[in-house]
Design a protein around this ligand. Structure first.
Ligand SMILES: Cc1cc2nc3c(=O)[nH]c(=O)nc-3n(C[C@H](O)[C@H](O)[C@H](O)COP(=O)(O)OP(=O)(O)OC[C@H]3O[C@@H](n4cnc5c(N)ncnc54)[C@H](O)[C@@H]3O)c2cc1C
Length: 420
């Protein structure tokens, strides 16, 4: 297959941008079609910016159904489902529950580890190519536990799983944890340290990638929404947009949590829920961190981004509902105070909340690959909590698929038709 194919990447979020990057490097003529204006936020902008091989357990992990039900009864929990009679949500929930098994975790973890480690290496290469303008830091991640019970649970759960699939995890006591982050007073029993993890500043990464792509000749069609498809003999012949029809040899579906809406009319089943998450960024925090942290019991991510410090968390399944729920933000602030006794609620006063929609598949794995019904349409979506981490490796896989190279990673579990 020729590498001078024309490709339309639908969606200019982090996955679409990284995919355009890999395709352009593979010699394809790439157009990115994004309904928002240039400079608008995507889901990556306010994310925690982790590049996290530590996340080897799929979201649909054993015990998650019970844990989720328990969380739903508490307004202080990091998880919320807005109760509603929605056939897509019910089916998604049923599929999610079916995947919360040890067998699925053990199948998915080596794949996630491989994808994440490959992606981390690609970010290191991108940082070298761009002068590390997006502040990739490779000092690792500490998963903090306030109680010994939590630490034991992490030691026998995530840490053991990570070590099994080749991602180093070290269990540390409170003193060893403090020694790794001496600049901050923490109220913890200990932590699990993942030295291979990294973090970056997404608000810098996104514009830097766009500039890089523009220099590489990638065409951007900002403010252009895909509204439908024209098919001929099972192939996509063109996409309809609110600014007219566009044609290419191949098409990449990178519209994140909107992907099921985008493929409507193509006879494709792509179960996905938007998982709303919030973040709060302090411009002048009380302390400087070197590593990214997880406040494990509260499921809150903490990331240093230059001078700033970002707190992110919560998973809210309430559709694409733009309401900000203050009780969810209060839980992020309460978590910060619980782990870092020097923080007060006043530190967060006046901070503008941000939210984004994670594209959450029911088995905790992204959709990457050709659709059987329309072989010139390739999925690159459904990355849930790992979209920033996995964006570069997704791009490489899509480029391999579209230029006829053998995929460097087995894509069986990522097959976009797996729930068809
Ligand atoms: C609070 C929070 C913290 C997070 N932290 C991390 C983290 O630390 N590490 C990590 O790896 N991941 C993290 N994530 C997840 C990560 O941000 C997402 O998985 C990722 O950004 C998804 O990227 P995407 O490109 O697939 O989707 P999006 O960013 O949603 O991009 C999709 C794009 O498609 C466009 N679009 C949609 N429909 C159409 C259409 N019809 N026509 C044209 N364009 C269309 C949209 O406008 C959008 O720009 C976090 C998420 C949240 C909410």
């Amino acid at each position: 297959m020729s590498s001078s194919r024309s490709v339309i990447v639908i969606g200019g979020g982090i996955v679409g941008l990284c995919t355009a990057h890999s395709l352009a490097r593979a010699g394809c003529a790439v157009t990115v079609v994004e309904r928002n204006a240039e400079g608008a936020d995507s889901c990556a902008h306010g994310s925690a910016g982790y590049v996290s091989p530590s996340h080897v357990a799929p979201l649909s992990a054993p015990g998650m159904v019970w844990q989720g039900l328990k969380w739903m009864t508490s307004s202080r929990s990091p998880f919320y489902i807005q109760p509603r009679l929605d056939a897509d949500l019910i089916r998604w929930g049923w599929l999610f529950a079916r995947h919360c098994t040890p067998a699925h975790r053990d199948r998915a973890a080596p794949v996630l580890a491989r994808l994440c480690l490959e992606a981390r290496a690609l970010f290191v290469a991108l940082a070298a190519e761009t002068g590390n303008s997006f502040a990739l830091r490779t000092e690792g991640l500490l998963s903090l536990c306030q109680t010994q019970e939590c630490l034991d649970h992490e030691e026998h759960g995530l840490a053991r799983l990570a070590n099994t699939v080749g991602v180093e995890a070290r269990v540390l006591d409170a003193q060893q944890t403090a020694a790794l982050e001496p600049g901050v007073r923490m109220q913890v029993a200990g932590s699990v340290y993942f030295p291979i993890d990294a973090h970056l500043t997404p608000r810098q990464l996104v514009p830097d990638l766009i500039a890089l792509l523009q220099r590489a000749g990638v065409v951007f069609r900002w403010g252009t929404a895909i509204t439908g498809w024209r098919t001929e003999g099972g192939r996509i012949a063109a996409v309809a947009t609110d600014r007219g029809e566009l044609q290419a040899d191949d098409y990449v579906l990178a519209t994140g949590s909107w992907a099921p809406d985008t493929v409507r009319g193509l006879g494709i089943r792509l179960p996905m829920q938007p998982g709303k998450g919030y973040s709060l960024t302090l411009e002048r925090p009380r302390f400087r961190l070197t590593k990214s942290l997880i406040l494990t019991e509260r499921r809150v991510a903490v990331t240093p981004m230059g001078e700033r410090l970002r707190f992110g968390g919560t998973m809210e399944l309430s559709g694409h509902d733009g309401r900000v729920r203050p009780e969810r933000l209060e839980q992020i602030v309460a978590a910060a105070q619980a782990y870092f006794p020097d923080f007060t609620a006043a530190d967060f006063a006046g901070v503008q909340p941000w939210f984004g929609y994670r594209p959450v598949s029911p088995d905790g794995l992204p959709y990457v690959g050709r659709f059987a019904r329309h072989p010139n349409l390739v999925a690159a979506c459904g990355h849930a909590m790992l979209g920033v981490t996995l964006a570069p490796v997704t791009g490489e896989l899509v480029a391999e698929i579209l230029t006829g190279r053998a995929p460097s990673i087995d894509l069986t579990l990522l097959n976009p038709d797996r729930f068809a």
